[in-house]
Design a protein around this ligand. Sequence first.
Ligand SMILES: C[S@@+](CC[C@H](N)C(=O)[O-])C[C@H]1O[C@@H](n2cnc3c(N)ncnc32)[C@H](O)[C@@H]1O
Length: 341
Amino acid sequence: MAANPGGDSTDAGGGPVRHVPVLLNEVLAALEPLPGKVILDGTFGAGGYTSAILDFGSDVVALDRDPTAIEVGQALVASSQGRLKLFHSQFSRLAECAPPDGLDGVVLDIGVSSMQIDEADRGFSFQKNGPLDMRMSAAGVSAADVVNRAKVADLIRIFHFLGEESQSPRIAHAIERRRAEKPFETTRDLAGLIELVTPRKMKDKIHPATRVFQALRIFVNDELGELAQALFAAERALKPGGRLVVVTFHSLEDRIVKTFFSDRAGKASGSRHLPVAHERAATFERIGKPMVAATEAEAQENPRARSAKLRAGLRTSAPAEAADVSIFGLPNLASLGKLGA
Ligand SMILES: C[S@@+](CC[C@H](N)C(=O)[O-])C[C@H]1O[C@@H](n2cnc3c(N)ncnc32)[C@H](O)[C@@H]1O
């Protein structure tokens, strides 16, 4: 679970902070961004990883689905002397931005940036009043569309699967009653209702709206589907010897990355009776420890780092496997995406 998914990030004086890259040294150690290499940064954000990779000598192809990140990133493009190419795109489509002879590395830093949470108009934070939006790409179905139009049964599934919210039915029914009188428009509108209907003992640990806001954000941006497709795309776009490094902040996302690497390790399917020919060749080998977390010092300094998990793999020369999302066992929530139509 993210440390503070719908909360604020503020500096000591209470003002907004720029995004502080998480696990930066560990990412660089796993990526080995040496001169002559081309690394794809699928989550450009404030350019923290990209700047460090450029400093180490590799060229960078970077993407972000947020138009603001691309706009702000133009300064770094201008100072990179042609070594940084920055595209407005989704990381599920990263293979389209890769050079024809393949990539030496792919890095993904999943989730939202501090700038996105800090901007009240984006609607990610229940601690700032703003439109109930949450779209990273500023296009498609918004959180307000979901809350005002989805069937109650679907809201329960979204809050349950993507927020692990134990009060999903209670909250979804309260939303249904309230929206019949007046549709939800703002973050405070929704957070206020959730606070009102959540039993007192549930209010102690985290803000009662935390899990619902997280679930809506993941749903609105199809974050789990994007991640699954990005892993398959990286498998296709990396050269043999190329490195895939993924940092996640949420247990559902980490499970997807862990499942992918263990599926691609080429182990037999578990049956002693299968002939050897049915064993699959590994498309990734592990780099270092199975999972790397932030040091105590980094977690103290940057609360976002507390829930961060890094997993990394080295691409072998085996052909890419089929992009079969059923390996992840994800709930099928995709049909709900038609809400905006
Ligand atoms: C945690 S921030 C990355 C911060 C970056 N590593 C840095 O050091 O500044 C995540 C970024 O990924 C972007 N993002 C999230 N999902 C995306 C997707 N599916 N495709 C492309 N960008 C995405 C967000 O818009 C956000 O800017």
